[in-house]
Every structure is written in C-alpha cells, then in structure tokens.
Design a protein around this ligand. Structure first.
Ligand SMILES: NC(=O)C1=CN([C@@H]2O[C@H](COP(=O)(O)OP(=O)(O)OC[C@H]3O[C@@H](n4cnc5c(N)ncnc54)[C@H](O)[C@@H]3O)[C@@H](O)[C@H]2O)C=CC1
Ligand SMILES: O=C(O)C(=O)COP(=O)(O)O
Length: 529
C-alpha cells in the first residue's frame, strides 16, 4: 500500500482518483510546520503540495521512502529541487491546469488598477459617493509589456489584443515565428520597459529573474507606468517598486504575490496606488480541479512505475518520441548493468554511442537509463533516473553521449564503453523487429544473447574440451544451461562463452569454473532486476 500525504488544500474532486485507488492511502494534513513535516514525512511515498508547504532540504533529508513530490500548480520554488534530485525524488507539477485562471486574474488586476476599482469600492463602503477621486485610464491603444511569454504570458497577449492594446514581449526563448503568431512585437527588456504603459511579469522565480525589475528598470520606465505581478514575489524588487511609487514614476502596482507570503509589515500594502490579492491567481474552481486531477494522475503513474510526463527534474520527452524510445529503455539499462559487472576497479568514465535510426532522436533519457544500470550495480536501489547524473558527477565519473553514423549493419545500435582505473569494457545492443532486444557485441566479440536472467561470462582459450568441461561442471552441480553463445576472433586464440543459466550459481561453483584448464576468467552477470 502506497501512502500519500496532502499538505496543502487541494480540490477533493481532483484528488478522487488517488483517494479511490485500491493501492493508495491518502492522508490530508493541512498546515503542518516544517518540524511536523520532518517528523511525519518518513511514512510517505509521495507528497502533494501547492505553494504554502515549504519542502526544504531538511524535509527531503527526513523523507526516507519518498518517491515523488507533486505540485498542484506551476511554480516549484517552494520545493528544494537540488535536494530532491540528489535524493532521487521525482518532482512533478501540473503546468497547464491554471494557465487560464492566472491569465484572467492578471487581466482583472490590470483593469482594476487602471480603473481604481478597489479604491472606489472601499470609498463606497465608507458611505461615500466620490466620483472625482477615481479617474482612471483606458487600456485601449496602450502598450502592454509582457515579460515571460510562456503559457500565461501568451494568454494575456491574446486578451490584450481584444482590448486593442499594442503588445511587446521579452522572453529569451521567444522565436520570431511565435511572436508573429501571437501578434506581439519581440523586444529586449530595456526596450520593453521604455515603451510600456503597463508591464506584467510571467516568468518563474529563478536566480536570473530575481529582481529582474529593479531601480535601473524603474528609471528607464515611462513616467506613470503601471506594474502587475501575478507570477512570483521577488521578480520585482519590492523596495525599488516602493521608491518608484513614492517618486510617482510608477502610477500604480497590482500585486498578487509577495517576496514574503503572507506579507507582514510590508509598506507596499499601505500605499494608496497599490492593489493586492492574497496569491489568488490559480484560485478558481476550474483551475483547482484541473491541477489536483492532473497531479494525482501523475503521482499514481510514478508510484505504479508507469510513464509520466511532467517531471520538472527530468528532461521532458514529447509523447511521439517517448513511444519510439520506449522499447530501448530496458535494453539501455541492461547494457549498463552488464558492462558494470564485467569491469574491475574504480569507475572513471562511461560513454554511450548511438548509431542508426537512434541518431535522429534526443537520446538523453536512454543515456540516463544506461547510467542508472551502471551505477545501480555499485550503489544499489538508491539510484534512479533522477539522481543518476548527479551521483556520477559527485563521484567524479565522466559520462558522455555521442552519435555515430556508422551503424555496423544494425538499424539501431547502442554501444556502452566503461573505463575503470584497471580496464576498459565495451558492450553493444540492438532492438530487432519481432525479436526484441539483443546484446550483439562484447568487446571485440560478436555474440547474440537476450539481455535477461542469470548469465555467466567466461573468457577462455579456444581449445577442444574447454566448452565441454564447463558444461559438465555445471551439470554436475545441477545447474541447467538454457542457452550458450561462443565468440572468438581467430581459431585457437582467446574466446568468450556467455551462458544463460536457470538460477544463480554459488561462489564455490564460480571458483571451480575458474580452476578449469583453458579458462582465463569467470564473471557472473545478474540481469534479473
Ligand atoms: N499567482 C499565481 O497564483 C500563479 C503564478 N504562477 C507563476 O507564473 C509563472 C509562469 O507560469 P507559466 O506561464 O505557466 O510558465 P511557462 O513556463 O509557460 O512560462 C514562463 C516563461 O518565462 C520565460 N522566462 C524564463 N526566464 C526568463 C527571463 N529571465 N526573462 C524573461 N522570460 C523568462 C520562459 O522562457 C517561459 O516562456 C510560474 O512560474 C509561476 O511562478 C503560475 C500560476 C499561478
Ligand atoms: O501554480 C502556481 O505557480 C501558483 O502560484 C499557484 O499557487 P497556489 O497553488 O494557488 O498556492
């Protein structure tokens, strides 16, 4: 039974799939302190949060069985991603579910700011009828600067066009084609800041975007510009914003998010030209159902070892590519496991080479599988797709991937070379239509074996009787040989045998094999897990 902890308020409807799953127990414990979370997290296989729960390094450290953290929303800045990645915990989000709600909220904030609706409402609540103090401005024909033209930014752009605004956008990943399709003018951040009457930010909060709008940018702005932040507190420098408001450089600001939430003693809240909401961008019935449903599904997939899509600490693979690569995952991992078991000494370098049709794809996910296979031989079950690159790096193992046009007669080929401080070993495998995966090369020897089960790899001298002696010895020890492959380069030279056997052999039998004449070395290869 998997145990899932929900530590922020999530839509009950959205959670249904998880609650109804026979193999899952869901506990909802809302508003836990960091200490309480640390004390309880070791019971859980998955944790589901929104933006309130701070999933700190200390929480992750205490999470001994956690496989996944699900974020019912977009921003994952409340989760210590490096700590999760290092521990091999998959962090998932629900990036599409709250786009429209947040875009609509940003637009609502822009209009409320332009027409001073909250101030007018507050005045009427004081029994006033003041029609002079709340003169606003139109959006019509104004320039809207959008910083971060992702999902939400793009929805804002569409709506702004309907209001007859001229839209300029800054996003380092904005292509000319996308700008054209959305009818926006691409600009640098300085150009955007200089031209815009309204500026709205829609980037994630990262090292690069922290204080993206600060004193320098406020100085460049048009007199009387208006600012909207419904993305993350900290993208706009709050101190610089307050100064710009006090100097009347900025005519108003609409804020849904703050550097510290909830904001305590934040002077911006007392400024007459600031309007605020308590991080409500995603707070609609629709968005909450969407994100809770999406993240519940993803958590179920991770727990049940099924494919999932929205991991933020794993490279994302488009569905059509994933379908093409799917058959290669087991092969890649088995090649890694196999070659690691043939090596002696400390690992130094691993290289994966893709040939044939595989050169057309982004194969980084397959490389992760190879690396997982290699490292799991040494480091056990703690290695997974998420932390394998980190573990290799932290142990000084260099890991490279390359593509080679030479396919050596195979329509696809994955070759793994593993270098240690004592030797270098190479293995190659392929997928054959209708036959599945095969290991086709070990160092310089051509072979043909299925990468599965218990295997014995023997290096020997190619002399009469060598193979018979091995067969007899295993037979005498009641070990059945399912298949056997022999490879040699020249008659009477060095050769290899790969035997598939029905069960694990004892160390004693391996020693006896080693002692047979003509045998150079014996290795047991376990590909059962
Ligand atoms: N107030 C709320 O309740 C909500 C806030 N958000 C916030 O909105 C942000 C945006 O969400 P989406 O549009 O769904 O994400 P997205 O990933 O689709 O878009 C983010 C865009 O920012 C761009 N970007 C990254 N670094 C940049 C930089 N230095 N300068 C300019 N652009 C940069 C990216 O290229 C991307 O196009 C989220 O990261 C989240 O923090 C999201 C949902 C609800
Ligand atoms: O999805 C996001 O990034 C949000 O900021 C929404 O936050 P929330 O889930 O409403 O706490």
């Amino acid at each position: 039974m998997f145990k899932v902890l929900v530590s922020d308020p999530l839509s009950e409807w959205g959670l249904q799939k998880l609650i109804e799953a026979q193999d899952v127990q869901v506990d909802q414990k809302i508003g836990l302190s960091e200490q309480e979370l640390i004390e309880t997290i070791s019971e859980y296989d998955a944790l589901l949060v929104r933006s309130q729960t701070e999933v700190t390094a200390a929480v992750i450290e205490a999470a001994t069985r956690l496989k996944a953290i699900g974020r019912a929303g977009v921003g994952v800045d409340n989760i210590d991603l490096p700590a999760a990645t290092q521990k091999g915990i998959i962090v998932l989000n629900a990036p599409d579910g709250n786009t429209i709600s947040t875009a609509e909220h940003s637009f609502a904030m822009m209009i409320a700011l332009a027409r001073r609706i909250p101030h007018a409402y507050f005045s009427m609540m004081q029994s006033e009828w003041d029609r002079k103090s709340f003169i606003g401005v139109e959006l019509n024909q104004k320039v809207l600067g959008i910083i971060g033209l992702g999902r939400i930014g793009a929805e804002i752009a569409k709506r702004a066009k309907a209001f007859n605004m001229q839209v300029v956008a800054y996003d380092p990943f904005l292509t000319e084609e996308r700008a054209k399709n959305l009818g926006v003018q691409a600009a640098t951040i300085d150009e955007l800041v200089r031209q815009s009457d309204f500026i709205t930010v829609h980037t994630p909060l990262t090292k690069e975007t922290r204080h993206l709008i600060s004193s320098r940018e406020f100085e460049l702005m048009k007199q009387g510009a208006r600012i909207i932040n419904c993305a993350r507190g900290g993208i706009i420098d709050e101190r610089a914003l307050l100064e710009a408001l006090q100097m009347e450089k900025v005519a108003g600001a609409a804020l849904d998010v703050f550097e510290v939430e909830p904001p305590i003693n934040n002077p911006l809240l007392d400024h007459p030209h600031v309007i605020v909401t308590p991080h409500l961008g995603a707070s609609t019935i629709e968005a909450q159902e969407n994100v809770a449903f999406a993240v519940s599904e993803e958590i179920l997939h991770v727990l049940r070892n099924e494919p999932f899509k929205n991991a933020v600490n794993l490279p994302s693979i488009p569905l059509n590519i994933r379908e093409k690569l799917e058959p290669y995952f087991n092969l890649s991992e088995s090649l890694g496991k196999f070659v690691a078991q043939t090596a002696s000494g400390g690992l130094q370098e691993a290289r994966v080479t893709y040939s044939g049709e595989l050169t057309e794809f982004d194969t980084s996910s397959l490389s992760r599988s190879v690396l997982k296979g290699i490292l799991s031989h040494h480091l056990g079950a703690g290695v997974n797709y998420v932390n394998a690159p980190h573990l290799a790096k932290s142990r000084g193992i260099s890991f490279t991937e390359q593509k080679s046009p030479a396919n050596r007669g195979f329509t696809n080929l994955i070759t793994v070379t593993l270098k240690t401080n004592q030797d270098e070993n190479r293995i190659a495998g392929t997928m054959i239509n209708g036959y599945g995966s095969r290991i086709v090369k070990l160092d310089e020897y051509r072979i043909d074996i299925q990468p599965k089960g218990h295997l014995i790899l023997i290096h020997h001298h190619d002399r009469p009787g060598a193979i018979g002696n091995v067969g007899a010895l295993l037979g005498n020890n009641d070990i059945n040989i399912a298949t056997m492959q022999v490879g040699r380069r020249n008659v009477g030279g060095r050769a290899i045998m790969v035997l598939e056997i029905d069960r694990q052999v004892s160390a004693q039998v391996l020693d006896q094999l080693n002692d047979l004449s003509e045998i150079i070395s014996v290795r047991e290869i376990d590909l059962t897990q």
